[in-house]
Write a protein that binds this ligand. Structure first.
Ligand code: DSN
Length: 414
């Protein structure tokens, strides 16, 4: 048994640095989180060595007695967690999961309707240069300019005009709750299938703080590593009537062997999310985001839609006269990680947009609460006020480290 430090000190050294970066910095990218030690152990487990094309009880390789157990366990736990009829836990990540839904349920050229990327959607929801945009007739809906929120009447009109075969709800940069029932009613009116992409808010739904699309939607995709706090991966949940088509689309339609080590880690994460303390975690994510938003607004930040109902905040920095890219870079120097992001109707480019996107899943995992959110907002404001002063940013980085020292990351041993 040779450790990584002995066998490959170069990679081990990079990992050590990344470990410190994660432990001593404030992680605000809303799609990131800190997986538990147990999730990481399963991810790095013996199942890395196994191939298991097929599904439990119907495989194309021998030696499946334990793989079948772990995949079935992941499926059963996911069903219990979300109350769904059917689950496929094999998708490698969110984009392959969404692609599998399209591949299984649509014909090339069909019309699909999703929120435009620069309004908070996802690449796979119909961005013209993506596989989804090239393969389907994609009609993008928008948020309202005045409110930054979805307008269900406008979405209904667009659906009636374009008659999509699939309507997608669920976003990557939208900070408000989603009216699943209203989407379902629109879909029924135009005869569309409904797909919810709950990647960002899966943990909030599992934890009972956001309404679930399950009673309304036909198909639900999610990654497993964001608010759900599992390994990098995804799953597709659906009504039984779509199960066969979805399973065939995942394997053999799009993928070969599932990553069984990730499947084991998904089972662990779903087990963690079924525990009562996960409900407290999910509720605290939202409380923290609301407090962070409130304090940022106190510092004069202009938040799209005026605040948040979930784990994320989208700030338009136009009034601060700091482009998102410069803000991201300055905050990196202060030990605060978030991402530059377009805001709806952004006159700037995605590489140099007007906004920043930030969120609370990771800092909530390390136990920070409302009092710390005030400090985090104060750090951000101070850093952006001094964004050209590296010395000042370095001083804030020291204070960030002091704060982080009081909130060790579960899963990172230093
Ligand atoms: N890359 C993810 C995010 O950051 O929101 C979406 O897939």
């Amino acid at each position: 048994m040779t450790s990584l430090h002995e066998s490959d000190p170069q990679v081990a050294d990079i990992l050590d640095h990344e470990r410190s970066r994660q432990a001593y910095g404030i992680e605000l990218i809303p799609s990131e989180n800190y997986a538990s030690q147990a999730v990481m152990e399963a991810t790095g487990s013996i199942f890395t060595n196994k191939y298991s094309e097929g599904y439990p009880g119907k495989r194309y390789y021998g030696g499946q007695e334990y793989v079948d157990q772990v995949e079935q366990l992941a499926i059963d736990r996911a069903k219990k967690l979300f109350g769904v009829e059917h689950v496929n836990v094999q998708p490698y990540s969110g984009s392959p999961a969404n692609t599998a839904v399209y591949f299984g349920l649509l014909e090339y050229g069909d019309t699909i309707m999703g929120l435009k990327l620069d309004h908070g959607g996802h690449i796979t929801h119909g961005l013209p240069i993506s596989f989804s945009g090239k393969s389907f007739n994609c009609v993008g809906y928008e948020v309202e300019k005045e409110t930054g929120r979805l307008n269900m009447d406008a979405i209904r009109e667009l659906a009636i005009k374009n008659k999509p075969k699939l309507i997608i709800a669920g976003y990557t940069a939208y900070s408000r709750t989603i009216d699943w029932k209203a989407f379902k009613e629109i879909a029924d009116e135009v005869g569309a299938i409904t797909m919810a992409d709950i990647a960002h808010i899966a943990g909030l739904i599992a934890g009972g703080v956001h309404e679930s699309p399950v009673p309304y939607f036909d198909v639900i995709t999610t990654t497993t590593h964001k608010t759900l706090r599992g390994p990098r991966g995804a799953m597709i949940m659906c009504k039984n009537e779509f199960a066969k088509d979805i399973d065939k689309a995942v394997f053999p339609g799009l993928q070969g062997g599932p990553h069984d080590n990730t499947t084991a880690a998904k089972a662990v994460a779903f087990g963690e999310a079924l525990k009562p303390e996960f409900k407290e975690y999910a509720a605290q994510i939202v409380k923290n985001a609301k407090k962070l938003a409130e304090r940022l607004m106190h510092h004069g930040f202009n938040l799209v839609s005026g605040g948040t109902d979930n784990h994320l905040i989208l700030a338009d920095l136009t009034n601060k006269e700091i482009p998102g890219k410069i803000a991201q870079e300055a905050l990196d120097k202060a030990g605060i990680t978030l991402n530059k992001n377009t805001v709806p109707f952004d006159p700037r480019s995605p590489f140099d947009p007007s906004g920043i996107r930030l969120g609370t899943p990771a800092i909530t995992t390390r136990g920070m609460k409302e009092a710390e959110m005030e400090k985090v907002a104060d750090f951000i404001s101070e850093a952006l006020d001094h964004h050209t002063d590296d010395e000042h940013l370095g001083k804030i980085k020291g204070q960030v480290k002091d704060l982080c020292n009081g909130f060790p990351v579960p899963g990172i041993a230093l």
